[in-house]
Structures are given as structure tokens and as C-alpha cells.
Design a protein around this ligand. Structure first.
Ligand SMILES: Nc1ncnc2c1ncn2[C@@H]1O[C@H](COP(=O)(O)OP(=O)(O)OP(=O)(O)O)[C@@H](O)[C@H]1O
Ligand SMILES: [Mg+2]
Length: 504
């Protein structure tokens, strides 16, 4: 609201646009025939509004000049550019004595516009506080050369910084991979200190996701997310969104809206990690499904931590197979093996205690946490339906893989959705085995996950009975498979192919 002046108030040097305008109208009655030394009669406000309005080009600004003037005087709105000229004309015309006043009013209007722009676009770039730099991956990081080559080189060279999504099961190394990518030389060269790590594992909705992003980049949240987006346009920025599944799973619509907003800023590159395999929207993602570490890298990782002497341990291969290329589990078991003479006692403990063996959080000072803590977030998520868990429990009795048809015979109609949930949780991918006339589809759940299910979620007696009955029926039909447990996928597939009318 403009200041209400008294008639004796002198010209207010340095006043704001609305205060200056108010002074000219209500104190001095400024018009092209007056002088800076002699007051005129104050303006009748309606006359001034009409005078401004009437000089506009035809067809422009037909509506309520009084209202507009009221808004300008009260700081509710600023004149549009087409009004500027008219306001200056009506107040000062081409009176040379009024040049300074004219200039003051022009400057004040410009300053008011700049302040308004600043408010709309948030604070200037200097409002990015310094934040913690993104941490490098573990010192033992290895085995992801191909992924780095694909993703980091894209990030470093692309002109269109389309968002990237790394998906996979728990503890498979998604976060470490994003850290490794963010520390690649070419990525550092491109984004320098504008590489931010945004932990989202506690962001249970889109709003807290926005706050987490603002916090990570050091942007004052009171300016709002839109202002931050605008400020991010000033320089290329890399945002590593870690555990994006957390906000997405509880609010996927609003979360995708936030992702879509980020995607509209060409200067922002998003690299997200997501536990699971879901079709995430909001942007055109470059998706990358992260698989288990290859055997030789698992071996390298294990022996780098535990000691090179284990390379010749007769149980190493068996143990690494049981750990299914999961770098979190491998690192934890390797820590336990460090300093020991052989793997034998650990292997026995593994057989007896399963993943309980690596359950306790270990203080390794290297970001390694409990295996159960990581994996159990998947088991506790609401995506893990009762049927999905049941599917996994039944799968523990089919170590070569549980086929679509077997699952349906044993579980009934819930089998299809259950298998889909298991895939979406990132625990395994569907595999197909070509056999004779068709493709036998099945899920081969990693041994490590099956061990975890056996350890913490053992199959109940009723389901165990169903599986036994299934086996008896199968065995009666197919003499060679006295127990399907022993059958390889190829054998099972051939069985179904030959027995086409059997089962659903
Ligand atoms: N490529 C790797 N080389 C060596 N160690 C690794 C590698 N990837 C992961 N690790 C180890 O495994 C641990 C877990 O990895 P990470 O946190 O990246 O898994 P994640 O897939 O992000 O798990 P979550 O699903 O819980 O988010 C890391 O702390 C690290 O010790
Ligand atoms: Mg992670």
C-alpha cells in the first residue's frame, strides 16, 4: 500500500514506484504544464486513470482503468509495459523541467519489476548454500565397468540430459554405482561442484521429496520448489536421487509430477536409483537394470576384503554361488572371513543360520550395513503381497526355477500376480526357456534370496503339503522326475511340452 502523503510533503527522493506515483497524484498534481517549483491541484484519480487509458492504442486495455490505478497505487500490481508510456506522458509530457522526476519514476518502476521477478523466480543463485559433496563409492568398488561406460559417458557427453534410472534388487549395488558415476572424471568435469546426492529413503511423499532435493542442493526451502527449479537453470546440475522407490511407492502420481518438473529443466541431469523393477513415469527414462556382480568380480571383491589366500579355498566357489553376486552380502561375509584360516567354519554357520549370519549391522565404517536391513525393506514393503511371499516360499523348494504352470497348479489363480510382484520387487527377472513348441517361462530366484526366505520366512506346512502333492502327481505322470526338485529347467520344460494337456 502506497504511503498516504500530506500536502506539505516534499518530493520523496528514492521512494518506491507506488509512493512516487501517489505523491505526484495526491500532492503535486504533476502534469506536463506544471513545474517542479509550484504545486498544482491534486489529480482527481478517476481523471488520471481515464487519461492514461484513453491514450492507449485501439483495442488495448478496455477494462476498468480505475481498478488498475487502484492496484498500482496499492502495490497489488504493476503497470503493464503498454501503460508505462501513457503514465509518463500524462504526468510529464515533454516538459524538460520534469526530466529528473520522469527518470526517477521510470527507475522506480524498473526496480519494482526486478523485485517482482526476483520474488517469482525465487532467490538469486547465491541462495545455494554449500552442501556436503557427494561421497565416492567404497574403496573396493569393482565390476561395473560396462555400466559406468554406458551411463557415465552418456551423462558426460549428452546434449539432451535425459534422466537415468538404475533399478535392481536390494543390495545389488545401485547406490554405489551412482556414486561411482558421479565421480567419473568426465562427469566431474561437466558438473564440477554441482553434483548433489539426494537421499530419499525417508521421503514418504512427493512434498518431502521436494524438500529433500532443496536441502541437498542447499536451497532455502521458503522460496519454494518452483523457485529452486528456476534457479537450477543457471548452470548444469547433476541430481542423484537415491532410493526413489520410497516416495514413488507411497505416492506415485505426485512423485512423477515432481520428476516431470525436473525433466523440464534442460540444465538438470537426474540419475536415480530405485529398488525394484517398476515402470516409473514422469519422464522418458533411460532405464538400466542392474544385475548381480559377475562371478570373477565377486571373487575379486571377496578376496580384496578377506585376503588373497582365500582364492585357493575349496569352499570359495560354493560360497560365492550362495551369495548370488550380491555385493552387499559378499562384502559382509568377506569381512567375517578376514583373518581366518579357512572358509569352512563360516560355511557351516551359513548352512545352519542362513542370512541370519549377516543380519547384524556391522560397523565397517564404509557404509556397509546389515544385509537383512537392506533386503528386509523389500520384504516389509506393501508391494510384497501375501501371495508374493508365498510364491517365494514355494520357490525355495524349486531351486532350479519355479515355472508359471507349476506355480498355478500349486497356488491357484494368485500365482500370476504373485510372480509379477516378485519381478517388480527386483528380486528376479522372468526367464524363458524355448522348448519344442513353446516357451516355458519361469522365475529363478537367486539362491541368496531363497536362503533369506528359508531363514526368516519358512514355508508353512500346508504349502509344503501342496508342493509334495504336486510332486507326486508330476512323478506319476513323468516317471523320470521322481522329484521335480532334481529336475533342471530343461527337463521340466520338456515335461510340460510332452504332457500338453496336463495341468492348467
Ligand atoms: N560394485 C561394487 N563393488 C564393491 N562393493 C560394492 C559394489 N556395489 C556395492 N558394493 C557394496 O555393497 C553395499 C551395498 O551397495 P549399495 O548400497 O549400492 O546397494 P543398493 O543396491 O543401493 O541397496 P539398496 O537396495 O538397499 O538401496 C555397499 O555399501 C558396498 O559396500
Ligand atoms: Mg541404495
Amino acid at each position: 500500500m502506497a504511503r498516504r502523503w500530506r500536502s506539505s510533503d516534499p518530493y520523496p527522493v528514492g521512494a518506491s514506484f507506488e509512493d512516487l506515483l501517489e505523491w505526484h497524484l495526491t500532492v503535486w498534481g504533476t502534469n506536463p504544464r506544471c513545474s517542479p517549483h509550484k504545486r498544482h491541484r491534486p489529480w482527481v484519480l478517476r481523471n488520471f486513470a481515464t487519461a492514461v487509458h484513453s491514450g492507449l492504442p485501439d483495442g488495448k486495455d478496455e477494462t476498468s482503468p480505475d481498478r488498475k490505478l487502484w492496484n498500482w497505487r496499492n502495490g497489488i500490481d504493476l503497470p503493464k509495459l503498454i501503460h508505462d508510456h501513457r503514465i509518463l506522458e500524462v504526468l510529464f509530457g515533454d516538459n524538460a523541467d520534469l526530466t529528473n522526476w520522469r527518470k526517477d519514476l521510470e527507475d522506480a518502476l524498473e526496480a519494482a519489476r526486478a523485485a517482482k521477478r526476483k520474488k517469482a523466480t525465487g532467490a538469486p543463485r547465491t541462495t545455494f548454500a554449500k552442501t556436503r559433496p557427494i561421497a565416492p563409492p567404497t574403496a573396493y568398488f569393482m565390476g561395473r565397468d560396462e555400466e559406468i561406460a554406458t551411463l557415465a559417458s552418456r551423462l558426460a557427453s549428452a546434449t539432451d540430459l535425459g534422466p537415468m534410472l538404475i533399478q535392481g534388487g536390494p543390495g545389488i549395488g545401485k547406490t554405489e554405482l551412482t556414486r561411482a558415476i558421479a565421480h567419473q572424471e568426465a562427469v566431474v568435469a561437466r558438473f564440477a561442484d554441482r553434483r548433489y546426492f539426494v537421499p530419499l529413503d525417508h521421503s514418504v511423499d512427493a512434498e518431502s521429496m521436494q524438500h529433500a532435493i532443496m536441502r541437498a542442493v542447499g536451497f532455502e526451502p521458503r522460496y519454494g520448489f518452483a523457485a529452486m527449479l528456476n534457479a537450477l537453470r543457471e548452470q548444469e546440475t547433476l541430481l542423484v536421487l537415491d532410493n526413489l522407490e520410497t516416495p514413488w511407492q507411497s505416492q506415485y502420481g505426485p512423485t512423477e509430477e515432481v520428476l516431470a518438473e525436473l525433466a523440464t529443466i534442460p540444465q538438470v541431469a537426474v540419475l536415480a536409483s530405485f529398488r525394484g523393477r517398476e515402470a516409473v513415469g514422469g519422464a522418458r527414462w533411460h532405464q538400466y537394470a542392474l544385475e548381480a556382480l559377475p562371478y570373477h568380480s565377486s571373487c575379486d571383491l571377496f578376496c580384496s576384503i578377506a585376503g588373497q589366500k582365500f582364492l585357493s579355498d575349496p569352499l570359495l566357489e560354493r560360497f560365492l554361488t550362495a551369495l548370488s553376486g550380491n555385493p552387499l552380502a559378499i562384502s559382509l561375509v568377506a569381512q567375517r572371513a578376514y583373518g581366518r584360516a579357512s572358509l569352512d567354519p563360516l560355511w557351516r554357520e551359513w548352512l545352519q543360520n542362513g542370512t541370519r549370519f549377516i543380519e547384524e549391522p556391522q560397523d565397517m565404517g564404509d557404509g556397509i550395513t546389515s544385509f537383512a536391513a537392506s533386503v528386509d525393506r523389500t520384504f516389509q514393503s506393501h508391494q510384497m503381497t501375501r501371495d508374493a511371499l508365498r510364491f517365494l516360499q514355494i520357490a525355495t523348494l524349486f531351486p532350479f526355477g519355479l515355472g508359471r504352470r507349476e506355480a498355478k497348479i500349486i497356488m491357484g489363480d494368485g500365482a500370476f500376480a504373485a510372480a509379477e510382484a516378485v519381478v517388480r520387487l527386483g528380486l528376479t527377472a522372468e526367464a524363458g526357456h524355448k522348448s519344442g513348441s513353446g516357451v516355458y517361462t519361469y522365475l529363478k530366484v537367486p539362491e541368496l534370496i531363497l536362503t533369506h526366505v528359508r531363514t526368516f520366512y519358512p514355508i508353512n506346512d500346508a504349502d509344503q503339503l501342496l508342493v509334495d502333492q504336486f510332486r507326486q502327481t508330476a512323478a506319476a505322470l513323468w516317471k523320470d522326475v521322481a522329484a521335480c526338485r532334481r529336475a533342471t529347467i530343461d527337463e521340466v520344460a520338456r515335461f510340460y511340452d510332452a504332457e500338453d494337456d496336463w495341468g492348467p
